[in-house]
Design a protein around this ligand. Structure first.
Ligand SMILES: N[C@@H](CCC(=O)N[C@@H](CS)C(=O)NCC(=O)O)C(=O)O
Length: 226
């Protein structure tokens, strides 16, 4: 166990992409922690106590201090355990990485999730927005880099984008709509391959079948079909 990391806990939910990226961050840094599974549909008093403002997971608890919000947790891990850095060391590059991390969250995750949970015109618009913004990520990555901002090492932006690699294909199958076109996004397709084959990431996410069942149900609930 790394020095100074005693008392690290993570409150999560098995299929949450937000929780998943924190788990990967901990693993990349070799931080040992206790995982506490939360039922987000029947929240425990512990979660309300740890995150009374939003009641969402993940919540990191370090030496009794709770911290919500996955991107902020990743930044905290980086500051508290600076080895194996997730953000670039150069201040300008760091700021850029934060920009792209937010871009992924606000432009790609939000639009793909909306596409999954809608139909008709709203869905069409969401798909268009997702594709336009993936195009920008494609250009940002370029054709030479294995990962965002780190060439050979997985970092903050890769972890934020991780859901595109393992979860978006399941959403696409449920919607029967292709958003991530590997011939159009060749740089991202190579990135996806590198990401999924990285020893820390490989197979470390819920199974396709479990995700399919869960997200199909979520879509039906949103469309009020059950
Ligand atoms: N911006 C948050 C989003 C977290 C989030 O939406 N978590 C979901 C699980 S995937 C949740 O806890 N939902 C429960 C709720 O909305 O009440 C983050 O990055 O941590």
């Amino acid at each position: 166990m790394e020095k100074g990391n005693k008392g690290v806990k993570l409150v999560g939910f098995w299929v949450s992409p937000f929780v998943q990226r924190v788990k990967w961050g901990m693993k990349l840094k070799g931080i040992e922690y206790e995982y506490i599974e939360e039922d987000i549909f029947n929240k425990s008093p512990l979660l309300s106590q740890l995150n009374p403002l939003t009641g969402k997971v993940p919540v990191l608890v370090h030496d009794g201090n709770p911290l919500p919000e996955s991107a902020i947790i990743l930044e905290y891990l980086d500051e508290r355990w600076p080895h194996a850095p997730l953000l670039p060391l150069d201040p300008y590059e760091r700021a850029q990485a934060r920009f792209w991390a937010r871009f992924v969250e606000e432009k790609i995750l939000e639009s793909t999730w909306l596409a999954l949970c809608s139909e008709g015109e709203i869905q069409e618009r969401a798909v268009k927005i997702a594709i336009e913004h993936l195009e920008m990520m494609e250009e940002k990555l370029g054709g030479k880099n294995r990962f965002f901002f780190g060439d050979d090492t997985i970092g903050h932006v890769d972890l934020m984008m991780g859901f595109v690699a393992y979860m978006l294909p399941v959403w696409e199958e449920i919607m029967a709509i292709k958003i991530f076109d590997a011939t159009r996004f060749q740089n991202l397709a190579a990135w996806k391959n590198n990401f999924l084959n990285h020893p820390v990431i490989k197979g470390d996410f819920p199974s396709k079948d479990e995700m399919f069942t869960y997200f199909q149900w979520r879509r039906k609930v949103y469309l009020k079909r059950i």
